[in-house]
Each structure stands twice: as C-alpha cells, then as structure tokens.
Ligand binder design. Structure first.
Ligand code: AKB
Length: 316
C-alpha cells in the first residue's frame, strides 16, 4: 500500500525481532522503522531508532521524521518480570498505551496495534476452550494491565474512532529471538537446553497445559489482523487466538524424538501459580469468523521446524 510507514516500538524483543522482519518482507525495508530502548538482537535491513515507549515527545519525533502512519506497540513487562515490580509494570504497560492511543486520537496515526495476552484470564475463567467473552479476573499485574488496556482500546475506538487492533497472544515459541520474562518461556528454553546439554529442568510441572503458538503463525496473524478491512475487525478489545496446547511432558516427548537421550526434570517455582491461573486451551472462533484466522503449525510441525533451525545455530 503506497504511503504506509510503520514504527515498531519494542522491536528488539521476542515478538518485535520477528515482526519487523515480517513487516519488512511485506512492505519494504525502508517502510518499517524498528524502535527500541535496546540495540537490536539482529542486523537491521531498514531504519532503527532508539525510543523509550514512555517518552511521548521522542515517539512523536520519530513519527514526524519518518512520516509514520501505523504503530505496533510491543514494549511491555511480561507476566513473571512484572510480578517483581508491579508498580513499574503498570506504569510501562499503561503509559505507553495511552501515548499511542492519544497520538491516534489527535490524528497523528492511522492505525495502532497493541498486544494483549491470555493473561487477561484468571483462576475463575473456564479453563478449556476458553471463550472470547467470559469471566476475566486476572491474578497478575501483567494480566490486569492487559485487561484494562483492552478496555481502553475499545473505549478509544468507540469514543474517538481510533483504529486500534489487538490479539490475546498465547505463549510464543520461536528460534530467532529470546523470550523475555514470561511464564511460557520454558517452551523456548527447553530447545536451547536440550540441544546444548541434553537435559532441562522445567520451572512448571509436567501436566501444566497452556495455550501456545509458533512464531510464524503469530506474526502472520498480527499482520493479517492489521491488514483486515476495518469492518471485519468487529472486536476492539483483544481477539482470542489458538495455536497449539501442550504441557511440558508433551513437548519433552517431541524433543526426545530428535534427541533420544534428552532428560527433563521439574522444579516448579513462582511461575507455576501464574500458569495454573491461565486457560489450558482457547476458543478462537471469533478470529476465524471475523478475519479468517487459521493456524498452520501443530506441535510436531513446530518442534521439527525449531530443531532444523536451532541445531546449526547452537552447534556452531
Ligand atoms: C507470558 O508468559 O507472560 C507471555 C504471555 C502469555 O503473554 N508469554
């Protein structure tokens, strides 16, 4: 689309690293500005700008300099890290959202993407095939910020016509970037430890099933939602999105197919109670019906692809 210029705030994180790549493939290197408070993890094929997600003036300067029309705001403290500093987590997760929503309300942005999470759900939510609309009483500060943020997105859309879109991500698994402080991070660590040491001590118990997704599916979903015609985006909170649901013993069995001597043991820590408060699987029929979402990867396909890509990187 001519004239589309995108800024990704939080571009050096787990999702940002791969989202920037996906957006650049689709819209051209020069049209996607990667922005982060940290240097990027990978070499950049397009512009990079240092930006603090809580610095409104700094964000505005980048919008003006590059004539930005869309912002993907990914900067956030995730579930486990946020519990260590709840006040800062609330400040970062909410202030940054208000900045971009306000910039859009003022007409300085055409579209905003903001990630939500399965963390909006809590211990009173139905755990299996969790519906789009259900009890959402989150038990973590991260979940509270995501649930409140979703409501603010819906409010800005209804009251001011801001075109803001959001997905409730499950745990995300990828080989190109490191996860950063979530409860679902074990599903990435297990590959690194299995390939490097042949064993892994999991911080969740063996039967802790959680909704997960392979990163290529998550990136495709994100861009598809942002590119969907506005009338198809009927929900302006966050869309439930389902990929693969598995527990640590299930993924360990798949890893063992590739590394027969692999051994897993379990030492649940404070992240166990967060995981126990989240759904085991998600009903994403609204995303499927409204804008045609459908995942490509199952557990076996994801593990095979992770192994093929990570093996040469970790062996060199
Ligand atoms: C986390 O574990 O905090 C995140 C999430 C599910 O939002 N990966």
């Amino acid at each position: 689309m001519p004239g589309k210029k995108i800024l990704v705030i939080g571009s050096s994180g787990q999702i940002g690293t791969e989202l920037v790549e996906g957006l650049r493939e689709r819209f051209g290197d020069a049209n996607v500005v990667a922005g982060d408070i940290k240097e990027p993890q990978v070499e950049q094929s397009g512009p990079f700008a240092m930006v603090n997600a809580m610095d409104r003036r700094g964000i505005e300067r980048i919008i003006e300099k590059y004539d930005i029309s869309e912002v993907y705001l990914l900067a956030a403290l995730l579930s486990a890290t946020a519990e260590k500093d709840p006040a800062f987590a609330w400040q970062l997760n909410m202030e940054s959202l208000f900045i971009v929503l306000e910039l859009a309300r003022e007409g300085k942005l055409k579209k905003v993407y903001w990630p939500s999470s399965i963390a909006v759900f809590g211990p009173t939510t139905p755990k299996d095939a969790t519906p789009q609309h259900t009890i959402a009483e989150p038990g973590t500060v991260y979940g509270i910020s995501k649930q409140a943020g979703e409501q603010w997105c819906a409010y800005y859309h209804k009251r001011y016509g801001v075109d803001v879109r959001s997905i409730r991500y499950p745990g995300l698994i990828g080989w190109k970037s490191a996860p950063g402080g979530g409860t679902t991070d074990y599903a990435v660590h297990i590959f690194h430890e299995a390939l490097k040491h042949g064993k892994y001590t999991c911080f969740l118990g063996p039967d802790t099933a959680l909704p997960m997704m392979y990163m290529p599916d998550a990136i495709r979903a994100t861009i598809d939602l942002m590119e969907a015609p506005a009338e198809k985006v009927k929900l302006r909170t966050g869309y439930n999105l389902s990929g693969i649901s598995f527990d640590p013993k299930g993924i360990a069995a798949e890893v063992k197919r590739h590394i027969p001597g692999f051994v897993i043991d379990y030492a649940p820590d404070s992240r166990q109670s967060i995981a126990d408060s989240w759904p085991r699987s998600i009903d994403d029929s609204a995303a499927r019906d409204h804008w045609g979402w459908s995942p490509k990867y199952d557990l076996k396909g994801m593990v095979d692809d992770m192994m093929v890509n990570l093996m040469p990187l970790l062996k060199s």
